[in-house]
Design a protein around this ligand. Structure first.
Ligand SMILES: C[S@@+](CC[C@H](N)C(=O)[O-])C[C@H]1O[C@@H](n2cnc3c(N)ncnc32)[C@H](O)[C@@H]1O
Length: 189
C-alpha cells in the first residue's frame, strides 16, 4: 500500500481533514504530503516502537508538525472529545482488536467530529469473499496481522458512528482479494 499509484486516493481521502487531527497507524508517514494545507499539526499514533528513517525524513520535509506517540490504537490515553478529526489509512486491517480501537477513536473525537478512513477489506463480490476468507490466515502471517476480510462499513457503523459518505472501489494494480477499498467519512453521533 506504499506505491505512488495510491497518492491520489490518499489525497482524496484526507481532503476533509482539518482542525485538531489524530492519525492512527502513522507508519512511515506516507499520508503527510497528502493532508490539505489547512492541517498544520497532527498527533500520530503507531504501535510499532521507533520511528523509521523514512518517517523521520518525511516529517523533516513536511510543513506539518507531528507529535508522535508509540501507542496501541485500542488504548488511547487522550481525553474524551479531544480531536476534530481522526484519520486512518490501511491500518484497520491490522489492528488486533479493531472494534475496541474504533470505539476509542469515537471517544477521543469531539461531538460532531469526523473519522476519515481509507482501508482495504471485504469485497462486495461473493466469489472474491470466498477467496478472502480462505487466504486470510495466510495473510495474517505474511502481512503482520493484516486481515483481508474485514467489513469496514459494518465495523465503523458498529462503533457508534454515522456514515456520512462511503465509496467502495477496486484499487488499480492489485488483485481483487486485496484491493477492495472503503473510503469514508463517519461522524461521531
Ligand atoms: C499497512 S501499515 C499502514 C501505514 C500508513 N497508515 C499508510 O497508509 O501507509 C499499518 C500500520 O498500522 C500500525 N498498527 C498495527 N496495529 C496497530 C495498533 N493496534 N495501533 C496502532 N497502530 C497499529 C502498524 O504498525 C503500521 O504502521
Amino acid at each position: 500500500m506504499s506505491g505512488d499509484s495510491l497518492n491520489g486516493f490518499r489525497q482524496d481521502a484526507l481532503l476533509k481533514t482539518g482542525g485538531s487531527v489524530l492519525e492512527i497507524g502513522f507508519g512511515t508517514g506516507l499520508n503527510l504530503p497528502h493532508y490539505p494545507d489547512k492541517v498544520q499539526q497532527i498527533d500520530a499514533v503507531d504501535v510499532n516502537p521507533g520511528m523509521s528513517h523514512l518517517a523521520r525524513k518525511r516529517i523533516e520535509k513536511s510543513e506539518i508538525s507531528v507529535t508522535n506517540y508509540i501507542l496501541s490504537g485500542e488504548n488511547l490515553p487522550m481525553e474524551d472529545s479531544s480531536y476534530d478529526c481522526v484519520a486512518c489509512t490501511f491500518t484497520l486491517c491490522s489492528i488486533a482488536d479493531v472494534t475496541k480501537a474504533l470505539f476509542e477513536i469515537n471517544r477521543v473525537l469531539k461531538p460532531g467530529g469526523i473519522f476519515v478512513f481509507l482501508e482495504h477489506g471485504l469485497s462486495d463480490a461473493p466469489k472474491i469473499q470466498v477467496w478472502q476468507h480462505r487466504l486470510n490466515p495466510l495473510q495474517n502471517i505474511i502481512g503482520d496481522g493484516c486481515h483481508l476480510n474485514r467489513d469496514m462499513d459494518q465495523l465503523v457503523r458498529g462503533a457508534a458512528f454515522e456514515m456520512k459518505s462511503l465509496k467502495r472501489f477496486q484499487l488499480p494494480l492489485l488483485p481483487r482479494f486485496i484491493g477492495h477499498c472503503y473510503q469514508g467519512i463517519a461522524a461521531k453521533v
